[in-house]
Design a protein around this ligand. Sequence first.
Ligand code: BEZ
Length: 201
Amino acid sequence: MQLIHSPASPFVRKVRVTLAETNQTGDVDLVRVQTTALSTADEAAAANPLGKIPALVRPDGPAIYDSRVICRYFVARAGADLYPEDRLWDVLTLEATADGILESAVSMVYEKRLRPAEIVFDDWLEAQWGKVAGALDALDDRWMSHLHGPLDMGQIGVGCALGYLDFRHGDRDWRQGRDNLASWYETFGVRDSMVATAPSD
Ligand code: BEZ
């Protein structure tokens, strides 16, 4: 199987952490591409009509995408319990919260990197950060007991989201005023799966 990927993508990282946590890393070849919102790599376009990564090319079926689908595929393939039935709606909501943080955080990077400097929309950047900050506050206020429970896909999503904030938005100091979440990430961020998938340009 081939994972169409970029080592900087936090959505790819979710998949790679899931592979590591379910002992499937060796089953996947990483195919590195350069792709942005403005230019799509051929391999990404071939595997996903949206041209986005991650996409997974499988020998025994059509390619699948996006990160949530690929993670769920690998969890099912391993028979792992990362979407436990008795907490399913919480896990999926936590996963969606993490993905929402990532969508806003990535869109801020694109705004600054791809838009000509003279028309970067600062109000829009702040509105995106407002969404990130609101979600982080909710994690710190209401989700800590879940985060401290058995490993699941929601936790993996949150770990990758916080890792991406450190990687691309370190100046925003997401830890400030969120001691619970910061302390949780101190432990989660040094899991072998997280260390092995640390982002790079
Ligand atoms: C990044 O460089 O931050 C990035 C790369 C690929 C997908 C999303 C983000």
